[in-house]
Design a binder for this molecule. Structure first.
Ligand SMILES: [Zn+2]
Length: 308
C-alpha cells in the first residue's frame, strides 16, 4: 500500500515538474528567421511622397509595474519592470495639431487590473496624454491590448479620439471580437487594409507584424534629421528576448493566444537586425524600461509630450 502511494506521489511530482518546466522555462528562438521585412524598403516608402518630415519622437510613461517573476522571458526570474508608454510623432515645433500619437496607454483602474507589483501611475502624465490626444491629428496603435488602447475606451472625449484613429482591418475585427469597443464606436475610426507596408504620413510607415496579436504592427519613423526608429510594440517585451534568445514563457503565450512560432521568428529577426548587425535604426520596445531610459538619456527619444 505504502509502495503504491509512493509511486503515485512520485508520478504526480514528475508530471508537475515537467508541466512547470514546459510552461515557464521553454521558449527557444530559431537561429534563422523567416521574417522578410526590409527597413530600407520602409524608409523608401516613408520618403517617397515627399512632404515635411517629423522633427521629434516623444515618449511619455503613464505608469509602470513589476511583471510577475518568471512571466516575461522564459526561464528568467529576475524583476522586469514594465513601463506603459505612449508616443508622439511631432511634425512642427509648437504645433501639435499635426502630430501622431502611437498607443494610448490606459487609466489607473485598468493598470491596477493587471496586478503588477509596486504599481506607479502618473496622473500628471495621464492628463497630459489626454490633452495630446485632443490636440493631435491622428492616433494609431501597435495592437489592440488594453494597455495600448485604454484611452480610446474611456472618458468624455473617447468618440473624438476614435474619429482620429486609424486601424488596420485586422485590428478593427480583433478589437470588436474582444468587445473592448462596440461596433458603433469602431465605425468612427478609419479602417485601412494593407499587405506589408502602409504609408501613413511623411516619414511614418506601418509594418504588418502579426504574432503577439493578429493585428500587431510595427511603426517605422524617420525624422527630418534622418534619425530612424522602429516602434516594435510588444513583439519582444525586453531586449533580453533577443540577447538571451528566449521567447515569452509558453504559459503567457497561451494566455495571450499568441502565434508563438511567428513571435519566435520575429524575435530572431530583431536579434539579427539590432543585436548582431547593430542596425542604425533605434529599436523601441514598449515595455523595456531600462532601454527607454537609455534612449531618453541620449536625447534620441523625447521624455515628455509637446502640448499647445
Ligand atoms: Zn500586448
Amino acid at each position: 500500500m505504502l509502495k503504491k502511494l509512493l509511486i503515485t506521489f512520485s508520478i504526480i511530482l514528475l508530471v508537475l515538474f515537467i508541466s512547470i518546466y514546459v510552461l515557464l522555462f521553454t521558449g527557444s528562438i530559431p537561429k534563422k528567421s523567416n521574417v522578410n521585412i526590409s527597413l530600407a524598403e520602409a524608409s523608401k516608402i516613408a520618403l517617397q511622397k515627399g512632404g515635411d518630415l517629423p522633427i521629434a519622437l516623444n515618449s511619455m510613461i503613464i505608469g509602470s509595474g513589476d511583471f510577475f517573476k518568471g512571466g516575461a522571458v522564459a526561464g528568467e526570474f529576475k524583476n522586469y519592470r514594465f513601463p506603459f508608454p505612449s508616443y508622439q510623432i511631432l511634425y512642427r515645433k509648437a504645433n501639435v495639431r499635426k502630430s501622431i500619437i502611437v498607443d494610448t496607454a490606459m487609466n489607473f483602474k485598468m493598470m491596477k487590473s493587471m496586478k503588477t507589483g509596486n504599481p506607479e501611475f502618473s496622473k500628471t502624465n495621464f492628463k497630459k496624454l489626454q490633452k495630446a490626444l485632443v490636440q493631435c491629428s491622428q492616433i494609431i496603435i501597435t495592437h489592440g491590448h488594453f494597455d495600448h488602447i485604454g484611452s480610446l475606451m474611456i472618458g468624455e472625449n473617447k468618440n473624438e479620439f476614435l474619429k482620429k484613429t486609424v486601424l488596420s482591418d485586422i485590428q478593427y475585427n480583433t478589437i470588436l471580437k474582444g468587445k473592448d469597443l462596440t461596433k458603433n464606436q469602431l465605425n468612427l475610426t478609419k479602417m485601412i487594409s494593407y499587405q506589408k507596408y502602409y504609408f501613413l504620413s511623411p516619414g511614418v510607415v506601418l509594418i504588418k507584424n502579426p504574432g503577439h496579436s493578429p493585428g500587431h504592427q510595427m511603426i517605422y519613423v524617420i525624422l527630418k534629421d534622418k534619425t530612424e526608429y522602429l516602434l516594435a510594440g510588444d513583439t519582444a517585451w525586453h531586449r533580453d528576448h533577443m540577447e538571451l534568445r528566449k521567447n515569452r514563457p509558453l504559459l503567457i503565450s497561451l494566455l495571450l493566444k499568441e502565434d508563438r512560432n511567428a513571435v519566435a521568428h520575429q524575435i530572431a529577426w530583431l536579434r539579427e537586425k539590432f543585436i548582431v548587425r547593430k542596425n542604425r535604426v533605434n529599436l523601441i520596445l514598449s515595455h523595456d524600461y531600462s532601454y527607454h531610459r537609455i534612449l531618453i538619456k541620449k536625447g534620441i527619444l523625447g521624455k515628455t509630450f509637446s502640448l499647445q
